[in-house]
Design a protein around this ligand. Structure first.
Ligand code: ZN
Ligand code: ZN
Length: 249
């Protein structure tokens, strides 16, 4: 198993991450990746950059070295209707939007009913590309019901390599989530959620083991090939799709 891109990474625009965009891209190039997405934390997370950070990605180059750069955000889900903490006008200009639950933004536990409602709401949002680290036990949802909605709405379910370190409660849930995705034809991505270049290198291998164990097909893994990635950007009507397709294909 190998991937051609990492679609969830952080830069030192948050002080709890440690490397610049250039350093992250350089490491991705060394790993042989063709593309990577920088997805810094949206403003409701403590220690996140100002909203201007996400409006100003247009100053950055499409290529750094040999790596095609996608500039995006890890947006916060703020309520059980699936409300997010960036306006649509900003989300529309991003190359890749990962929507995640973080405890500073959704305090406490959710019932399964609340978690279902939250993700079904996010599934309807046309500006969300990917569902981040949703396997957490505190926010357990009905994987069969909701992955059907994700598949129908072209939402990619992320398996997150950082969860093995920082969200261990959900590790047993990852297998069940993956099986529901397989059953319902829901596409996934394998991401490191790296906050350092070391995590870019090291966070992927546990995910490879998981997909290999259940023989998850590569055609459902959006970062398994350049063809899959470009097709996904097109499905999401991302403005960058044509330019990136022209470079990668
Ligand atoms: Zn972070
Ligand atoms: Zn996160």
């Amino acid at each position: 198993m190998q991937v051609i891109a990492d679609l969830h990474t952080h830069t030192l625009s948050a002080t709890h991450a440690f490397h610049t965009a250039l350093e992250m891209a350089d490491e991705a190039g060394k790993l042989g990746y063709r593309a990577m997405a920088l997805t810094d934390h949206a403003p409701s997370m403590p220690d996140s950059p100002h909203i201007w950070h996400f409006g100003n990605w247009s100053t950055m180059p499409r290529m750094i070295g040999n790596v095609v750069m996608l500039y995006g955000v890890e947006v916060n889900v703020m309520d059980t209707k699936g409300g997010l903490d960036l306006p649509d006008r900003i989300l529309a200009t991003q190359d890749w939007v990962v929507a995640s639950i973080h405890s500073p933004c959704i305090p406490g536990l959710l019932t399964e009913k609340e978690a279902n409602r939250l993700w079904l709401g996010v599934a309807e949002n046309p500006y969300v590309d990917c569902i981040g680290h949703s396997e957490q036990q505190h926010y357990r949802y009905d994987y069969d019901l909701v992955t059907k909605a994700f598949a129908r709405n072209n939402k990619v379910v992320e398996l997150n390599g950082n969860s093995f370190q920082v969200r261990k409660d959900g590790i047993p849930n990852m297998r069940a989530l993956l099986k529901a995705c397989l059953k319902n034809g829901c596409r996934i991505s394998l991401d490191t959620d790296a906050h350092s270049v070391r995590q870019l290198r090291e966070n992927m291998s546990a995910l490879f083991a998981l997909v290999e164990e259940i023989d998850f097909p590569e055609e459902l893994i959006v970062n398994a090939s350049v063809e899959n990635l470009v097709a996904e950007l097109k499905r999401h009507h991302r403005r960058c799709a044509q330019e990136i397709g022209g470079i990668l294909l």
